[in-house]
Design a binder for this molecule. Structure first.
Ligand code: NAD
Ligand code: TYD
Length: 336
């Protein structure tokens, strides 16, 4: 079975490619990735020489190139990760977010429709449901209420993907996962940013009161859920994928300080993010019922494992933090 994976050089995509090639000998993978600031072929070093793997550098929003690749590779299934994935960057520069997340998804759907992909798994996020009041949990029928250009572009692409199922009978399935964490995550998101800053004795910038709640999912648990959906999920359906634990940001940061053995004085409060969602919470009951999936890695195991990975891979961190990252950091944090 040949999978076309988009965004396979990013955090979750690379974890998925490594897992598939390690544990599922019946899959071959073609990885289409533009290698933006977030794409890194180092994340795929362990599979680079595999005869079952091919890397193609390209832009999902380039319709002609995408069409050519589909015609050439004739994938049995598409697993679509490629995106501009960060809320803060989407606030600073929304244009590439809309282009990649919405128009890029459109180009892939069109190519899949014309070339007849057997399955189209669109990887999305719980952020499309927006901020939920305690004690609500979003199931798959919960109304969409995205707050940021990032989450709005994902909500739009979810609807477009589902319309290809309704209109053209393309076998589309949408998944919506909560906040992922784990090795190889670009240090712009909360957990890897706080870990790497703590390890370098730099301030840990908490937005606003730090009481915003996120549900945390270990990246490998997410990838196993995607495989379960690929094998047993139904076309035209949406599946939520939630983690093991919902926590306020401040508590996550305190746990990171504990795991890195650093003082609480590193925590600093900075101006809140505009349009900041207070709370995400979702139910994965449908996925659990239909596929038997459940998260295997608790936060108590996953966080120290992740801290260890960042400690042991300081060269990777140094390389990804050089160049463009410094400008982004300055732009996002200097005046708040
Ligand atoms: P990431 O930012 O780490 O990686 C994104 C990858 O997509 C990079 O390799 C990048 O080079 C590639 N890419 C970006 N624009 C592209 C384009 N135009 N053409 C081809 N490739 C392009 O992202 P991630 O955290 O691994 O997220 C992957 C997917 O999972 C995204 O669709 C995201 O919305 C979704 N998701 C992420 C989380 C999370 O917590 N990170 C949670 C739920 C869902
Ligand atoms: P993030 O990892 O950017 O994911 P998302 O916004 O998609 O949920 O942020 C997670 C939470 O952490 C969010 O409530 C914003 C907060 N946060 C900070 O307080 N400080 C930071 O430096 C970052 C990056 C995030």
């Amino acid at each position: 079975m040949k999978l076309l994976v988009t965004g396979g050089a990013g955090f979750i995509g690379s974890a998925f490619v490594r897992l598939v090639l390690k544990e599922h000998p019946r899959f071959r993978v073609v990885n289409l990735d533009k290698l933006t600031y977030a794409g890194n072929l180092e994340n795929l070093a362990e599979v680079a020489e595999s005869p079952k793997y091919r890397f193609v550098k390209g832009d999902i929003a380039d319709g002609e190139a995408v069409e050519k690749l589909f015609a050439q590779e004739k994938p049995d299934a598409v697993v679509h990760f490629a995106a501009e994935s960060h809320v803060d960057r989407s606030i600073l520069s929304p244009e590439p977010v809309v282009r990649t997340n919405f128009h890029g998804t459109f180009c892939l759907l069109e190519a899949a429709r014309r070339n007849g992909a057997g399955r189209f798994l669109h990887v999305s996020t719980d952020e499309v449901y927006g901020s939920l009041e305690e004690p609500r949990e979003a199931d798959e029928n919960y109304p969409l209420n995205p707050s940021s250009p990032y989450s709005a572009s994902k909500a739009g692409s979810d609807l477009l993907a589902l319309s290809y199922h309704t209109t053209y009978k393309l076998p589309v399935t949408v998944t919506r996962a909560s906040n992922n964490y784990g090795p190889f995550q670009f240090p712009e998101k909360l957990i890897p940013l706080m870990i790497s800053n703590a390890l370098e004795n730099k301030p840990l910038p908490i937005y606003g009161d730090g009481r915003q709640v996120r549900d945390w999912l270990f990246v490998e648990d997410h990838c196993r859920a995607l495989l379960a959906v690929l094998e047993n999920g139904r076309s035209g359906q949406i599946y939520n994928i939630g983690g093991s634990l919902a926590l306020p940001n401040r508590e996550v940061v305190e746990r990171i300080l504990e795991a890195t053995d650093k003082p609480a004085t590193l925590m600093t409060t900075v101006t809140d993010r505009p349009g900041h969602d207070r709370r995400y919470a979702l139910s994965s009951a449908k996925l659990q019922r239909e596929t038997g999936w459940a998260p295997l890695v608790s936060f108590e195991e996953g966080l120290p494992l992740t801290v260890r990975w960042y400690r042991d891979n300081s060269d990777w961190v140094r390389r990804v933090k050089s160049g463009e990252y410094q400008q982004y950091y300055e732009r996002n944090y200097a005046n708040r």
